[in-house]
Design a protein around this ligand. Structure first.
Ligand code: SDX
Length: 429
C-alpha cells in the first residue's frame, strides 16, 4: 500500500496519496481533495504548493544544492558552455560533439530578425526600458511566424520556434541597446560563438571590429549558465501558466520576461547596483541602510538578499562572488561598489534580523558587479537574466506540453459581499 496522509474534516477521515520524488521530496497529492471533501487548500503565493512534477532542475534550499538534469551547477559553470547547458536543459542529456555542432548551427541559422522588426524599435521612446522592449518584441515574433500559433503544432515547428527564440533573443537585446545609444545596429556574425556574437552585436561598430576579451566571454558564459533554470520560480510558472492555455510559445516567453522584470524577481539585479550606488553616494554608512532594511515602516529592503527557497546560501551567489574577484582583477577593473557589497553582506549576515529570517545573498546580489565590469549597462542587467533563463523557460513549457498538463486554473476562497439586490440610482443617497 503506497504511503498516504490522513486528514479529518467534520468528523470524517480521508486518506490522500503521498507522491515521492527521485530526491526523496514528498507531496500530499490533493488532486481529488475537493471532489471527496468539498474543501480546497489555501496557500497564498504558493509557498507550500507544488504545481507540477518536473525532471529539469532539482534544488534543495536547505542544503544549497542546484542541479540541471542531475548535473551540479558548480561543475557546469566551471566546465560547460552556455549552448551545451541549453541543450542539456532542453533535451535532458549532455550533447556529444556532433549534436552540439548541429544545435549551434541551427541557432546561428536563425540569428537574424526580420528587417520589418527594426521599424518597431524606432517608435519606442529613447529612454524605453530594454525589458519593456524585449517583452514586446518577443511577443511580436509570433506575428512573423503564424505557424507557431497553431496549438497542437507538429514538432518541427516547435523545434524551429525554439531555435528562433534562442537565436534572436541576443540580437533583439543588442538592437534595443544600440537604439538607446543612437548607434547603428550590428548584424550577427555567424563565424562567432553564441556569447562572442552577442558581445559583437552589443559593442561592435561598423567603423571598427570588436574582439571580445576571453575573460569577458568566460564571465558571461558562466553568468548565463548560472541563470539558465531554477524550477518553478515566478517567471517559469508564468510561462507554464500562459502555455497551458495553448497560447503560442513566443507569447508564453514574453509573459515570462514581464514577470522576471519585477524588482522582487529578476529585476533585483538592477536594483542591487542602484542600491549600492545610493549607499555609496550617501557616504557608505552600511549600518544605516541595514537598519532601514529591517524597519517595517521603511519601504527599503536589501535587494539581492533573501530567497523563497534558499534558506541557506544560494550556490549561484557563491560562485558569482568568487569569480567576481578574479574577473575584475583580470579586467583591471576596480569597482568601489564591490567593496560596499562585501561589507553589506558581512554586516547583514551578522545581524539577528537576517539570521533569524535566513536571509542570504541570492543570485542577483553580485551578478550586477560582473555585468558592469564587462560593460553591460545597468538597465540591461535583467535582459541578461532573461537571455540566460530562456532555455529553462522553454524547457518548462516543453515539459508542460509533452506531459499534456491541463489548463492552469487555481481556485479561491471568496470573502466578498453575500448576495444582495440591485439598488436603483434614486435610492443610493
Ligand atoms: C530571484 O524563486 C526563484 O527561484 C527566483 C530566482 C530565480 O533564479 O528564478 O532565484 C531569482 O528572483 C532571486 C530573488 C531576487 N529578489 C530580491 O533580491 C528582492 C529582495 N528579496 C525579497 O524581496 C524576498 O527575500 C524575496 C522576494 C526574494 C522572497 O520573498 P518571500 O519568500 O515571500 O519572503 P518574505 O517576503 O515573506 O520575507 C520573509 C521575511 C519578512 O519579514 P517578516 O514579515 O517575517 O518580519 O523576511 C523579510 C520580510 O520582510 N525579508 C527581507 C528581505 N527579504 C525578506 N527584509 C529585508 N530585506 C530583504 N531583502
Amino acid at each position: 500500500m503506497s504511503e498516504t496522509a490522513k486528514i479529518t474534516l467534520e468528523g470524517k477521515t480521508y486518506e490522500l496519496p503521498i507522491t515521492t520524488g527521485s530526491e526523496g521530496e514528498k507531496a500530499i497529492d490533493i488532486s481529488k481533495l475537493r471532489a471527496e471533501t468539498g474543501c480546497i487548500t489555501l496557500d497564498i503565493g504558493y509557498k507550500n504548493t507544488g504545481s507540477t512534477t518536473s525532471k529539469i532542475t532539482f534544488l534543495d534550499g536547505e542544503k544549497g544544492i542546484l542541479r540541471y538534469r542531475g548535473y551540479p551547477i558548480e561543475q557546469l559553470a566551471e566546465k560547460a558552455s552556455f549552448t551545451e547547458v541549453a541543450y542539456l536543459i532542453l533535451n535532458g542529456e549532455l550533447p556529444n560533439a556532433k549534436q552540439l555542432q548541429e544545435f549551434e548551427g541551427n541557432i546561428r541559422y536563425h540569428s537574424l530578425v526580420h528587417e520589418d522588426m527594426k521599424r518597431f524599435f524606432e517608435f519606442f521612446p529613447s529612454n524605453a526600458h530594454p525589458m519593456g522592449i524585449l517583452s514586446a518584441m518577443v511577443s511580436s515574433l509570433s506575428t512573423f511566424y503564424p505557424k507557431s500559433q497553431t496549438p497542437n503544432r507538429p514538432s518541427k515547428d516547435v523545434e524551429r520556434t525554439i531555435y528562433r527564440l534562442i537565436a534572436k533573443m541576443p540580437t533583439l537585446a543588442a538592437i534595443s541597446y544600440k537604439y538607446t545609444l543612437g548607434h547603428p545596429t550590428m548584424y550577427p556574425n555567424n563565424k562567432l560563438g553564441y556569447v562572442e556574437n552577442f558581445l559583437h552585436m552589443m559593442f561592435g561598430l561598423p567603423t571598427e571590429e570588436y574582439v571580445a576579451d576571453p575573460v569577458t566571454v568566460d564571465a558571461l558564459n558562466k553568468l548565463l549558465i548560472l541563470h539558465a533554470d531554477h524550477e518553478q520560480n515566478c517567471s517559469a510558472s508564468t510561462v507554464r501558466m500562459v502555455g497551458s492555455s495553448q497560447a503560442n510559445l513566443y507569447s508564453a516567453i514574453s509573459a515570462g520576461i514581464a514577470a522576471l522584470w519585477g524588482p522582487l524577481h529578476g529585476g533585483a539585479n538592477q536594483q542591487v547596483i542602484e542600491m549600492l550606488e545610493t549607499i555609496r553616494n550617501d557616504g557608505g554608512d552600511i549600518q544605516k541602510w541595514v537598519n532601514k532594511a529591517k524597519d517595517k515602516d521603511d519601504p527599503f529592503r536589501l535587494f539581492g538578499f533573501g530567497h523563497r527557497v534558499y534558506k541557506n546560501f544560494d550556490p549561484r551567489a557563491q560562485i558569482i562572488k568568487k569569480s567576481s574577484d578574479q574577473i575584475l582583477k583580470r579586467l583591471g577593473v576596480n569597482d568601489p561598489v564591490l567593496d560596499i557589497a562585501r561589507h553589506l553582506e558581512e554586516v547583514a549576515l551578522k545581524d539577528e534580523y537576517f539570521i533569524e529570517r535566513k536571509l542570504y545573498p541570492n543570485v542577483d546580489f553580485y551578478s550586477g558587479i560582473i555585468y558592469r565590469a564587462i560593460g553591460i549597462p545597468t538597465r540591461m542587467f535583467t535582459v541578461m537574466f532573461a537571455m540566460g533563463r530562456l532555455p529553462g523557460w522553454i524547457a518548462q513549457w516543453k515539459e508542460m506540453v509533452e506531459d499534456k498538463e491541463p489548463i492552469s486554473r487555481p481556485r479561491q476562497i471568496y470573502t466578498g459581499a453575500n448576495q444582495r439586490n440591485y439598488v436603483p440610482m434614486s435610492d443610493r443617497g
